[in-house]
Design a protein around this ligand. Structure first.
Ligand code: HEC
Ligand code: HEC
Ligand code: HEC
Ligand code: HEC
Ligand code: HEC
Ligand code: HEC
Ligand code: HEC
Ligand code: HEC
Ligand code: HEC
Ligand code: HEC
Ligand code: HEC
Ligand code: HEC
Length: 291
């Protein structure tokens, strides 16, 4: 082993000696050569001042920050150096990372008031400033920015009042579908209709328009629905919501549509129309009128 190493060393030093002689032999005729290698000068490369790197040039190495800014940077899509006025200066020995990183406060005041300070707690990526992380700090702060929604939930107590905002809004600005948590009343009932009857932050304040199909009401009021559907009077052509207008549980007066059709003495004697007409959903009609 020792033997072999020794031979290699000898061989190598011999080679260096041979090469050095060859170099001298070649350089000797010119006489003026001062370097051991030949590199042609390129002064043209120094003719102009260096230009600051553009965002896409920084992006050649920093693909992540560049793509974040490109896709979600919003109004932060300006030159990197506007924020990074110092960069490539991190030194682990100096522990200077925080010191050289851009500060929100150098360009922004406190846009959400004095209470909300730790910007990075919600704006987790400065290169995608509008992408708000689903952090615990955000969950605590919903009320600071959306006070009216909370007031609405408290003013009209329902089971939604007891849910945390983030049970439904799983990320900032995300709007959930009612159907992820609830079944519709009737098969195929469209999602848009849910919100038309149930304002989500006060779901029991139920109001509706003139075009709700009677089958929707029938989903819960099957007894009335059946009686009404199989009735023989002209009320069978009057939709539930034509009488029970606008607001759930509203009950109409007969006189709002019919006035007082009989002689006054009859109305005085029998103030309740249904004393004679019995069932509003299935008015008895003369046998001759039955179809
Ligand atoms: C070099 C200055 C500068 C720094 C540093 C800076 N911003 Fe901005 N930021 C701006 C400017 C300029 C705008 C656009 C304002 C406008 O158009 O009115 C902006 C806009 C924003 C927006 C709105 C983005 C949009 O597309 O609507 C958010 C959010 C934001 N900044 C958060 C931050 C946070 C958080 C920090 C710290 C991590 C930060 N900024 C650091 C200059 C800066
Ligand atoms: C609005 C200001 C702003 C702009 C514009 C901006 N940055 Fe940043 N950048 C920051 C802040 C703030 C941090 C510190 C984040 C931290 O502390 O983790 C950061 C961190 C970084 C880091 C180190 C952490 C990491 O994510 O890898 C790199 C690299 C970086 N930026 C590159 C860029 C490049 C490249 C551009 C332009 C294409 C750019 N930045 C534009 C504010 C900015
Ligand atoms: C030729 C590749 C290259 C280019 C171009 C480049 N960087 Fe870097 N940069 C690096 C490397 C390598 C590091 C150190 C390793 C790391 O943090 O990824 C770094 C680190 C950083 C950091 C974090 C550490 C520190 O010391 O600041 C920031 C911020 C940064 N670069 C910003 C920029 C900005 C802004 C530009 C354009 C003006 C840019 N870089 C251009 C290669 C590059
Ligand atoms: C509790 C979470 C939270 C904190 C902490 C926070 N923000 Fe915001 N910020 C938001 C939310 C949510 C938005 C609205 C985003 C949207 O419009 O979709 C926002 C929007 C912004 C906007 C855009 C305003 C506009 O009118 O377009 C700026 C600028 C901003 N924040 C800067 C800051 C700065 C600077 C700090 C630190 C002082 C900070 N934020 C701290 C949650 C936060
Ligand atoms: C720092 C203030 C701030 C905080 C904290 C905040 N928001 Fe927002 N939020 C905003 C702003 C600003 C908008 C945009 C409003 C707009 O576009 O009219 C917004 C939009 C929304 C939207 C979308 C509205 C729409 O019409 O699409 C929802 C949902 C929402 N926030 C829910 C929440 C919930 C839930 C929380 C707590 C987990 C929260 N926000 C915390 C400021 C905030
Ligand atoms: C049961 C689920 C649920 C809960 C709990 C809930 N939301 Fe909503 N929120 C929704 C739905 C669904 C919408 C969309 C309503 C629409 O499109 O009419 C919405 C809309 C919003 C909007 C935008 C429209 C508006 O009314 O301003 C904001 C802001 C908002 N919610 C904030 C909150 C906050 C803050 C809380 C907690 C205090 C909360 N939400 C609790 C489901 C919920
Ligand atoms: C993330 C799940 C979730 C979403 C999304 C959601 N809800 Fe609810 N909702 C609930 C829970 C949980 C209850 C309570 C159920 C119980 O205790 O039986 C409830 C109760 C209700 C109630 C009865 C309230 C009461 O006090 O009796 C109505 C009405 C309702 N939801 C309608 C809606 C409508 C309409 C939407 C869409 C705009 C919606 N919900 C979206 C979870 C949700
Ligand atoms: C025409 C109006 C109307 C429409 C459309 C409607 N609802 Fe309702 N919903 C009601 C009424 C009325 C109640 C009963 C309220 C009460 O108990 O006082 C109710 C009750 C509920 C309840 C409470 C639990 C239960 O079944 O009694 C939930 C949950 C609910 N609706 C979800 C939905 C969803 C999801 C949709 C859309 C697919 C929807 N609703 C569409 C009128 C409507
Ligand atoms: C999700 C089930 C549900 C749906 C859908 C529903 N209701 Fe109801 N409705 C109820 C409940 C529960 C009550 C209360 C019953 C009680 O108190 O005995 C009620 C009560 C009523 C009352 C009685 C008011 C009173 O004082 O006696 C009327 C009228 C009524 N509903 C009409 C309608 C109409 C019209 C529709 C369709 C637009 C409808 N309902 C849809 C569940 C529903
Ligand atoms: C022509 C008008 C009219 C139409 C159409 C109508 N209702 Fe009624 N409804 C009334 C009146 C008036 C009362 C009160 C009856 C009383 O005082 O006994 C009532 C009572 C009710 C009640 C509570 C008492 C009971 O019988 O349970 C419910 C529930 C109800 N209607 C549901 C419906 C539904 C569902 C439909 C459609 C299938 C419907 N109504 C169609 C006028 C109408
Ligand atoms: C929303 C309006 C409305 C209300 C409220 C209403 N009706 Fe009617 N009613 C009608 C219409 C529409 C007709 C059919 C008229 C026609 O075609 O000539 C009708 C027809 C009738 C008829 C004739 C039936 C037939 O088949 O010939 C009687 C009787 C009657 N209503 C009684 C009542 C009584 C009693 C009440 C209260 C308990 C009442 N109505 C409430 C709209 C209403
Ligand atoms: C004393 C019993 C009685 C009372 C009370 C009564 N009605 Fe009648 N009503 C009748 C009779 C009987 C008829 C005739 C039936 C027929 O002609 O087919 C009738 C017919 C009607 C008709 C159909 C008229 C037509 O021209 O087709 C309407 C509408 C009507 N009543 C509405 C009402 C209203 C509204 C009230 C309450 C304000 C009321 N009635 C109270 C007994 C009564």
């Amino acid at each position: 082993m020792m033997q072999r190493l020794f031979t290699w060393k000898k061989l190598l030093s011999g080679l260096v000696v041979v090469m050095a002689f060859a170099g001298i032999a070649m350089a000797a005729p010119q006489g003026s050569k001062i370097a051991t290698v030949t590199i042609p000068p390129a002064p043209d490369q120094y003719a102009s001042e260096p230009q600051p790197l553009t965002a896409s040039q920084c992006g050649q190495c920093h693909v992540g920050p560049f793509n974040n800014l490109k896709d979600d940077g919003g109004r932060h899509r300006f030159a990197c150096q506007k924020c990074h006025n110092v960069f490539h200066a991190y030194n682990p020995r100096k522990q200077n990372w925080d010191a050289i990183m851009p500060k929100c406060a150098s360009c922004h005041q406190k846009p959400h008031g004095a209470k909300i300070t730790d910007c990075a707690a919600c704006h987790t990526n400065p290169h995608a400033p509008k992408k708000i992380g689903s952090t615990s700090q955000l969950a605590i702060a919903c009320f600071d920015c959306h006070a009216p929604v909370r007031e609405e939930l408290l003013k009209f107590p329902s089971k939604h009042t007891k849910l945390a905002c983030t049970v439904c809004h799983t990320s900032h600005g995300y709007i959930p579908s009612c159907l992820t948590c609830h079944k519709p009343h009737t098969p195929g009932q469209p999602l848009a209709s849910c919100k038309a009857c149930h304002p989500v932050h006060r779901p029991l304040q139920i109001t509706y328009g003139k075009d709700v199909p009677s089958a929707t009401c029938g989903a819960c009021h099957s007894k009335v629905f059946n009686v009404w559907q199989h009735g023989t009077s002209k009320h069978k052509n009057v939709a539930c919501v034509a009488c029970h207008k606008d607001k759930h549980r509203f009950v109409p007066q007969c006189t709002s549509c019919h006035g007082k059709p009989h002689q006054q003495v009859i109305h005085d004697k029998f103030p309740r129309c249904l004393t004679c007409h019995i069932d509003v959903h299935d008015l008895p009609v003369m046998p001759s009128q039955k179809k």
